[in-house]
Design a protein around this ligand. Structure first.
Ligand code: FAD
Length: 477
């Protein structure tokens, strides 16, 4: 039988919004308090530009809407995958002809990108002859590839778990907790799935043994990495296999006393992932370990009611469950998939303000359930952070939850939150830290660039001159 939240899958957006608004308990005093707090955050972020990640600085100079931003994204998407030199040449020449590239800037990536692309563009222009070009070709390719890798590395903590643990020491000293993610975009073959499983298992083992400065770190797991046929049509085959693999990983995590959170993926996988997660949460031998959890996406219309199901599961399984609330990373893809499939409606909200509203209503619900749920709020939006802090104050106080940010992003905002600076009390913050080599990081890099460069995103607005849009109240919009 489908879970109760399934009925919201393609429901009418206006009806969903009415339900969320009535659950939010939003009044003018709250609105003003949050606006003021968010404004303080934004001011601090702007005053501490050094606290912006390299990628945020980069997007500030080359927004994705600009010819340079678009050119770099296309290059990042394609360059490292092009097998032959002539096509790579043509792509570099075409893309770099666009726009004006700056050579200055204080950020390492900015300097590198500016110098690299100017050099490549000039050189390609001065050597139209193919024989001469082939002499300098390796140099140009190396420069362009290195620039893309450097940008990608801003989001990746290390190529392997040992590098990652060592790079994370500085952040742990600052007070951050870590949650490691093995980069990879889903297993295509059984061999891929075995390889990912081994990588997760090794990570759980090494993290468990590592001496952590504060609290033990955790791992984040993608179910699509554990099986090559993780889809609704292959349910009978993949669900038992993934339950088996996930429970093995959970046992390792429980033994090492680290946490394990299942990432949220495509909307059409939510119901099977729920079947898997709830089966694992009920396993009697995992009782007493409260580190198991899942990520949920506010842009999905089912999110608000999914939290009820999680709470019921926590009661039934006699355990606390960790819930990472995010807005959702693949909005464009969800819209496109629904269109291609000819669905009668979308599984996700179609207005940014509605996703924000869903996030806030879901955050409020999670905060009220802290006895059985450990909420983890993953966002880089200062208005959302201010709203969560404000709602926490009247649903049990500050405590029993944390914020999460992605490695390479949100540093200025969360340094402040963690230090208790300009906020009612310090709140723990975890960093979601991807690990992987350059082959694995490209799709992740593109996702982050698209997300941050979108003209609806908080990062986009906070970097542009008029930041009022960044501080929009979704309950008013
Ligand atoms: P904001 O700029 O406030 O929000 C941007 C988001 O709004 C978009 O990503 C999209 O969700 C939504 N949006 C944009 N335009 C529209 C529109 N027209 N209509 C409706 N909604 C719109 N994502 C996952 O999918 N799965 C995960 O497991 C996951 N894990 C994460 C873990 C951490 C620690 C963090 C910080 C993020 C994680 N994310 C994950 C990514 C997360 O979904 C994005 O970071 C987030 O969407 C950006 O939200 P924001 O509040 O920082 O920014």
């Amino acid at each position: 039988m489908p879970p109760p939240f399934a009925t919201d899958h393609l429901s009418d957006e206006a009806i969903c919004v009415a339900t969320l608004l009535s659950a939010l308990k939003w009044d003018n005093d709250r609105r003003l308090r949050i606006a003021l707090q968010a404004e303080r955050f934004v001011q601090h972020i702007r005053d501490h530009k050094g606290g912006l990640g390299e990628i945020e600085t980069f997007l500030e100079h080359y927004p994705l809407g600009s010819p340079e931003g678009l050119a770099l994204m296309t290059l990042a998407e394609a360059l490292l995958r092009i097998p032959d030199a002539a096509t790579a040449d043509a792509l570099i020449a075409e893309k770099l002809a666009a726009g004006t590239w700056k050579t200055g800037g204080t950020s390492g990536v900015m300097k590198l990108a500016g110098i690299g692309v100017n050099l490549a563009r000039k050189t390609l222009g001065s050597f139209p002859d193919s024989a001469e070009r082939s002499l300098i070709r390796p140099l140009i390719h190396k420069g362009a590839e290195e620039a893309i890798r450097r940008i990608g590395r801003q989001f990746v903590v290390g190529e392997n778990i040992a590098d990652a643990l060592s790079a994370a020491k500085k952040l742990e000293h600052q007070g951050y907790r870590m949650s490691y993610d093995m980069l990879g975009e889903g297993a295509r073959t059984a061999a891929d799935a075995n390889r990912y499983f081994e990588r997760y298992a090794a990570a759980a083992d090494i993290i468990g043994k590592a001496e952590s400065l504060r609290q033990k770190s955790g791992v984040s797991v993608k179910l699509s990495a554990l099986h090559p046929r993780y889809s609704w049509t292959q349910k009978d085959r993949c669900v038992p296999d993934i339950i088996d693999r996930l429970s093995q990983l959970c046992r390792m995590a429980a033994e090492s006393n680290i946490s394990l959170t299942v990432d949220a993926e495509e909307a059409d996988r939510l119901e099977i992932s729920w079947e898997i997660i709830s089966a694992v949460a009920r396993l009697p031998d995992l009782r007493g370990w409260n580190g198991f959890g899942l990520a949920i996406q506010a842009y999905d219309k089912r999110c608000f009611r999914l939290i009820d199901a999680i709470d019921d599961l926590a009661v039934e399984a006699g355990r606390k469950i960790q819930v990472r609330l995010v807005k959702g990373a693949d909005w464009d893809t969800e819209i496109k998939r629904a269109q291609v499939a000819g669905l009668p409606d979308y599984p996700v909200f179609t207005r940014k303000a509605n996703t924000d509203l869903s996030y806030l209503a879901s955050a409020r619900k999670l905060l009220a359930l802290r006895e059985r749920i450990y909420p983890m709020f993953g966002t880089h939006n200062a208005h959302t952070v201010a709203a969560v802090l404000d709602m926490a104050a009247d649903t049990g106080g500050i405590g029993g939850f944390e914020f999460q940010r992605l490695y390479g992003m949100g540093g200025a905002l969360y340094d402040m939150v963690m230090a208790g600076h300009q906020v009612p009390a310090s709140v723990p913050v975890s960093i979601y830290a991807p690990i992987g080599s350059h082959e694995d990081l490209l799709p992740y890099l593109i996702r982050r660039m698209l997300e941050n460069g979108a003209n609806t995103s908080f990062v986009y607005h906070v970097l542009s001159a008029g930041h009022d849009a960044a501080l929009k109240d979704p309950a008013k919009d």
